[in-house]
Write a protein that binds this ligand. Structure first.
Ligand SMILES: Cc1ncc(COP(=O)(O)O)c(C=O)c1O
Length: 734
């Protein structure tokens, strides 16, 4: 009995252990497979965002973030000043208007803060604060408050496919159609039925629901997928944007930790393995098909352009189409709904959106942007089983998705105009022509850019286009301002995402090309792209500088220390401008600085010898100033240190010491001098300490201890900074 009991107990333990082990193994296997497919960049960036502190480049550092020398820095400075003047003159009223609301309009404050990589933002904001304030459109142009007509490639965030004139008509006709009803919400206008019919036929799906924005429609689709599958997890792909809801924002842009949205790598078979393996947990796979243009990269905007490599695109259309059909097959096999977020791609890539363009059907499709003929909208289309908001078996179980303005009569009116246009027989050829024209423009533009050796090119997916940079550069984001100066309106993401529309004629495209080329030429003339010949080390320098900035943003030096450092560096800069421009003088500084640095260390072992070597170096250094580079006393007068004349006199008096000592010793032979040399070294040290100490005391008395310390630190560190500053410049004269 006892033996049987014991045996049973052991069997129980063994079975429990086996179950636990198999569950753990299963969990581990899932983790490993998921980890291989998971996009870690969004997560890493989110964590990093907590640590990266604001760090504004100083005015000086702004211009040399890529290691440029003074010659280029001056051109850059002049370029920025010229742009600032131009914007102030051309957009005076817009600027005044924007200024009057900037502090009260949070949306503007947000977009303003995201135009430029953050270390550069302060300087730009102080030079020109832009705002596009417009009151009319005509063809592809918009008119600002100052009466300037500019070519608009912002695409109204994606709404403008057909050209503003058509939208104006649709909005007006749509409103007229429902005018008699007014804002009667709840009861439906008959036009809704026609819209539903057309949307069903375009999407190939069973049911339709209406919302007020793309974001709201994404929220609705995700909720319905979760409700109807009784699963929690939503899979989306790295870099894809799905609106501002934090439930689908795994990376930057949101702080909330989300455990129900898994971000996988696009175009990666490992992601398909995860979908198969974890099908039982996945409520839906959410795809933004525009992502085929820049797989796994975040939506491109200029604020991320810290280096040229950041923005990548690839002509992945056929690869992406193949990927989508594999994804389709895996989702069908695994019983996981495939959801296309076509808020951007719908009615842009083709009249039938990405489903038509890539030849792949989804179980749910989300539309927005252009589909209401210019009015605010979000639409979800889906299969009957996915669109249910109630559970036929459990009457209390429901997914409460409604909205006051859903199916608003005016929006439905505008939508009807658009849908009838987009399904009319003459529209498909218009799309073909639109896409063809844009493709031709891209080809011709890239040819001209290459002919002129301008370091950029244009990449596109139908009418969605972006500027990519072909040479390393830290200022590529500036192109948005040069383009504005040429009369091009961009959205706040700058050259990252631009859009063409049907109102653009060949003449407009030619004008756009001319403006792009002119902007790039001006940028090159202002010295923002360093040439390989002049800067053979440019990649290395830029990388080092970027790493330095990153570290600087992560490890923050206390503010007082930062400002102290800036002040010391500013004094060095002033000193340089005052009397260190001659190339031979700079070479002598390299020599003397090297000796000083050796002497700093050697003085601990043998002070007199270090003093002799140091004094010799000091004489060489002073020769450079006094003889080679005539002193600029006016400029030097603003410095804290001695001016060249004083320094020469002090050094002259230093020379008297050895003569006096030898005279007192009465030993004028070489042996005699050698005997008193250590004594002379000590004397020099003493006098030097007195001169420096005296100057410090004088500065404390005259300007306070802080400035005295600035002078002292500058003096002691000059050999290091001179070596850094002049070595490359000697071989590559400024
Ligand atoms: C693919 C995609 N989904 C959703 C949205 C959000 O749409 P909305 O701005 O109308 O909320 C956008 C907006 O750009 C989008 O591009």
């Amino acid at each position: 009995m006892t033996d049987a009991h014991t045996a049973l107990t052991w069997i129980g333990i063994a079975v429990t252990c086996a179950i636990a082990a198999s569950l753990t193994a299963r969990w581990l296997a899932r983790r490993v497979v998921t980890l291989r497919a998971q996009a870690l960049t969004p997560l890493a960036l989110r964590h990093l965002a907590r640590w990266v502190k604001r760090r504004d480049l100083s005015d000086e550092a702004f211009y040399r973030a890529d290691g440029a020398v003074p010659r280029d820095i001056e051109r850059r400075r002049a370029g920025i000043e010229r742009l600032g003047r131009l914007f102030r003159e051309q957009h005076r009223r817009s600027l005044e208007w924007a200024e009057s609301i900037r502090e009260s309009f949070s949306d503007l404050r947000f977009t303003d803060a995201n135009r430029v990589p953050f270390p550069f933002a302060r300087v730009i904001r102080e030079r020109f604060n832009l705002a596009t304030v417009v009151d009319a459109s005509d063809g592809p142009r918009v008119r600002d408050l100052d009466g300037n007509w500019t070519l608009d490639v912002s695409g109204a965030y994606g709404v403008n496919v057909a050209g503003y004139e058509r939208y104006k008509t649709w909005m007006r006709d749509g409103l007229e159609r429902v005018n008699d009803l007014g804002p009667a919400l709840g009861p439906l206008h008959p036009v809704v039925a026609e819209n539903i019919g057309i949307l069903k036929s375009i999407s190939g799906l069973d049911e339709v629901s209406f919302h007020m924005s793309g974001t709201e429609a994404v929220m609705a689709a995700v909720r319905l997928a979760r409700f109807n599958t009784r699963r929690k997890l939503i899979v989306c792909f790295s870099g894809a944007y799905h609106g501002w809801w934090d439930g689908v924002q795994p990376g930057l842009g949101s702080e909330r930790a989300i455990d129900d949205c898994l971000t996988l790598k696009d175009l990666d078979p490992a992601s398909l393995r995860v979908i198969r393996m974890r099908a039982g947990e996945i409520a839906g796979v959410l795809v933004n098909p525009v992502q085929g243009f820049h797989p796994n990269a975040p939506p491109p905007n200029d604020a991320i352009l810290l280096t040229s490599e950041v923005r990548k695109t690839e002509d992945a259309t056929s690869r992406y189409a193949a990927w989508l059909s594999r994804l389709r097959a895996v989702c069908s096999e695994a019983g996981v709904p495939l959801i296309f977020d076509e808020v951007y791609s719908g009615f842009r890539l083709a009249p039938g959106g990405a489903q038509e363009f890539f030849g792949v059907c989804a179980d749910m499709v989300i539309y927005g942007k252009t589909v209401a003929g210019g009015l605010p909208i979000g639409v979800v289309c889906g299969t009957r089983s996915l669109m249910r908001r109630f559970d036929p078996e459990h009457p209390m179980r429901m997914s409460y998705v409604v909205g006051t303005f859903s199916a608003h009569p005016v929006v439905m009116g505008g939508m009807n105009e658009f849908l009838r246009w987009v399904t009319a027989p003459g529209t498909a050829p218009l799309y073909a022509e639109l896409n063809d024209r844009c493709a031709r423009w891209v080809r011709a533009t890239n040819e001209q850019l290459a002919t002129e050796s301008l370091p950029l090119r244009v990449e596109h997916l139908t009418t969605v286009w972006t500027v990519v940079f072909t040479e390393p550069g830290r200022y590529n984001w500036l192109l948005q301002y040069y383009l504005r100066a040429e009369g091009v309106t961009l959205s706040w993401v700058g050259t990252g995402r631009c859009l063409s529309n049907m109102a653009m004629t060949d003449k407009d495209y030619d004008a756009l090309r001319d403006k792009l080329i002119a902007a790039a030429r001006a940028m090159r003339a202002d010295g923002w792209w360093l040439s390989r010949d002049d800067y053979p080390e440019r990649e290395k320098t830029m990388r080092a500088q970027l790493i330095k900035e990153m570290i600087g943003s992560l490890v923050q030096v206390p503010r007082p220390l930062q400002s102290f450092y800036r002040e010391v560096m500013q004094r060095k800069q002033d000193d340089h401008h005052a009397s260190h421009s001659d190339v031979t003088n700079q070479l002598l500084h390299i020599v003397s600085s090297s000796v000083f640095l050796i002497c700093y260390g050697y003085a601990l072992w043998d002070l007199p010898t270090a003093m002799w070597a140091g004094m010799a170096a000091l004489f060489v250094r002073q020769f450079g100033h006094a003889i080679l580079e005539p002193p600029c006393h006016d400029k030097e007068a603003t410095l804290l240190g001695y001016n060249t004349r004083n320094k020469t006199m002090i050094l002259g008096s230093f020379l008297l010491l050895p003569f006096a000592t030898v005279a007192v010793a009465g030993s004028w032979t070489l042996e005699g001098v050698r005997a008193v040399a250590p004594l002379i070294g000590y004397q020099w040290f003493g006098v030097m300490a007195a001169v420096v100490g005296g100057r410090v005391a004088y500065l404390v008395f005259k300007h306070g201890p802080r400035l005295a310390l600035v002078w002292f630190v500058k003096l002691v560190t000059d050999p290091i900074t001179d070596l850094i500053a002049y070595s490359p410049r000697y071989f590559r004269p400024a």
